[in-house]
Design a protein around this ligand. Structure first.
Ligand SMILES: *Cc1c(COP(=O)(O)O)cnc(C)c1O
Length: 457
């Protein structure tokens, strides 16, 4: 075992390949369906929204896909990211467990999302795309795509959930600094936005509505604009595999192998990013790490949702996928982890959970912020509220190991920094933050509106 605190790789260790979990899944995810016909989508339907190279990645069964040099060159601005041993946190907990974290908060936009925004902008540029549209909740994804579009000289329109646009303006200023145009969704720029505002002029927006607006703008642009999504899809999780590939090498440097690997899940991309390379070692190399997805109790799509076909957005314009879902019109409670407030889950994460190859746990908001503050005080980095879910579960693992007197090696992904989330910390510190009950009634209602898909063979 190596007694260092920080495990740094060199520039030449920036991965040359992305890892595609679809090559190793015992049960492949179900086909993606067209929201109008409920039939499997054709490449034609998808090509309205995405460039062909990303569509090919979406359906590829190749185990490894080469990372273009242009993408690696930009990754080098912040990759390889460090892996640290949380020695001071271990001491604070008095645990015999060893806790490691992969620090994706070191990217220029403060989260893992740049790992996919950069290749998405690159493959769009290569296909001749001049403009992209997207949605963003609290602004992490919008900021990451704005960064990437700036590098590849692509115009960007961001539909930002109105409540965040007004209450969390700093990431909006960041997007604007990178040259993006940001609109408070629902807007009057789309048919769908206008219909939402006609029914409710005070509507504060939701991620599902913002996705619908961004998709509508691209789909009705006559090919001038394409759309980009920051999570959920196979190609997004593919790009995030750089996290786990680096972490495998870094755990090797540390001379240890994790007993448990944890990541928070919104749509599943940072979790897939850290977990899938370790899952490959389970499936192909006989390793036995436990792989755990951590979600908020307020949006418990894995632990309480149904594994079924559902729309990716509120207006039913986005493709239908089979996933763990709370229903496409489920309105999550206003928890401070904006990046985890999505009704669905990546199809690959859903299929792996259904097959029993990964575990899931739900943690409540107050316990999550308590863990965030402990981590900040021990390690000095203020975590994003999303990432704090993984920290909560990692601390619970470490305390369980302490109780059982076990030496357990724990690895979690620190998906982002919380510098722009200080108002959330302030609410917690002043005792204003609350837990939300399991939203049973809201889930039941929204489940009644699932698409009526005949179970495909
Ligand atoms: C967006 C975001 C998440 C949630 O998205 P996933 O696709 O599930 O990773 C988690 N952490 C941070 C810091 C984010 O910005």
């Amino acid at each position: 075992m190596n007694n260092q605190t920080r495990f740094n790789l060199s520039e030449s260790d920036v991965p040359k390949f992305w890892y595609n979990i679809l090559a190793d899944m015992p049960v492949p995810p179900a086909p993606v369906l067209n929201p109008q016909t409920l039939e499997p989508v054709t490449p034609d339907f998808l090509s309205v929204l995405f460039p062909m190279e990303l569509i090919m990645q979406e359906v590829s069964s190749d185990r490894f896909i080469e990372i273009p040099d242009e993408v690696r060159d930009i990754y080098k601005l912040y990759r390889p990211t460090p892996l640290l041993r949380a020695r001071r946190l271990e001491k604070m907990l008095g645990t015999p467990a060893h806790i490691y974290y992969k620090h994706e908060g070191t990217s220029p936009v403060g989260s893992h999302k740049a790992n996919t925004s950069i290749p998405q902008a690159f493959f769009n540029k290569a296909a001749g795309t001049k403009a992209l549209t997207t949605e963003t909740g609290a602004g992490q994804w919008g900021a990451a795509l704005a960064l990437a579009c700036n590098f590849f000289d692509i115009d960007l329109e961001v539909y930002m959930v109105k409540v965040s646009y007004n209450q969390k303006p700093y990431r909006r200023y960041m997007m604007e600094t990178f040259g993006a145009q940001v609109f408070a969704s629902p807007t009057d720029r789309t048919m769908y936005g206008r219909s939402v505002l006609a029914a409710d002029p005070e509507n504060n927006g939701s991620l599902g509505i913002a996705i619908s607006e961004a998709v509508e703008v691209a789909a009705t642009s006559g090919g001038a604009k394409k759309y980009s999504l920051g999570s959920v899809l196979n190609h997004v999780l593919l790009h995030q595999s750089v996290i786990g590939e680096e972490a495998l090498k870094q755990m090797d440097m540390a001379g240890e192998y994790p007993d448990v690997v944890l990541g928070c899940v919104g749509g599943g991309s940072n979790f897939g990013g850290i977990a899938y390379p370790f899952l490959r070692q389970n499936l192909r190399e006989g390793q036995r790490a436990r792989i755990v997805a951590v979600e908020p109790t307020a949006t418990p799509s894995l632990t309480k949702g149904m594994y079924t076909f559902d729309y990716g957005d509120t207006a039913k314009m986005a493709p239908i996928v089979k996933m763990h879902t709370l229903g496409h019109d489920f309105m999550p409670a206003p928890i401070h982890a904006g990046g985890l407030r999505y009704h669905g889950m990546a199809p690959s994460v859903s299929a792996l959970y259904d097959a029993g190859l990964i575990e899931a746990v739900a943690v409540p908001q107050l316990a999550t912020f308590q863990a965030a503050v402990m981590f900040a005080q021990a390690e000095g980095t203020i975590p994003a509220p999303e990432s704090a879910h993984a920290i909560r579960a990692a601390i619970d693992e470490a305390l369980d190991a302490k109780e059982k007197g076990e030496k357990r090696v724990i690895l979690f992904n620190l998906s982002g920094r919380g510098d722009f989330d200080m108002p959330s910390y302030q609410s917690y510190l002043s005792g204003k933050l609350e837990d939300y009950e399991y939203p049973e009634e809201a889930i039941r209602k929204s489940m009644a509106n699932l698409p009526k898909v005949a179970t495909p063979a």
